[in-house]
Ligand binder design. Structure first.
Ligand code: HEC
Length: 101
């Protein structure tokens, strides 16, 4: 009986992290850090180039170019270096798909 009790406790503990997940997916979360400059919907309010309407391929290519210093920018080289290629793909598909919604 005791064993059953403990295994139920253990099971509920191991299920807890799953409850915490939910909310925005990883692509949305990552893209939020770009929103400060490029706007939440990729339509930047000021002098920054907008991302809205640009294709995922274009955004991904530019991020890789910034990361490898093949394209020189003021801030984007440093920013792009903070992301893995997998993250860049996720972010690029997020912004690339905005115009299709
Ligand atoms: C601190 C402000 C800032 C943040 C944060 C920022 N950017 Fe930028 N972004 C810029 C500026 C400024 C440029 C113009 C190039 C440069 O000077 O670095 C740019 C250019 C770009 C370009 C090239 C656009 C074009 O038309 O060729 C892409 C793509 C881009 N950013 C993607 C992103 C992504 C994705 C993120 C989030 C991971 C991000 N940026 C976060 C300021 C920012």
């Amino acid at each position: 009986m005791k064993k059953l009790f403990y295994s139920i406790i253990l099971m509920s503990i191991s299920l807890l992290p799953n409850l915490a997940i939910g909310g925005p997916d990883r692509a949305t979360l990552l893209s939020m850090s770009c929103a400060a400059c490029h706007g939440t919907d990729g339509k930047s309010p000021g002098a920054m180039p907008g991302l809205y309407g640009k294709s995922s391929e274009y955004i991904e290519d530019q991020m890789i170019h910034f990361r490898n210093d093949e394209r020189k920018g003021t801030v984007m080289n440093r920013i792009a270096k903070g992301y893995t290629e997998a993250d860049i793909k996720l972010i690029a598909s997020y912004f690339g798909n905005l115009a299709n919604k």
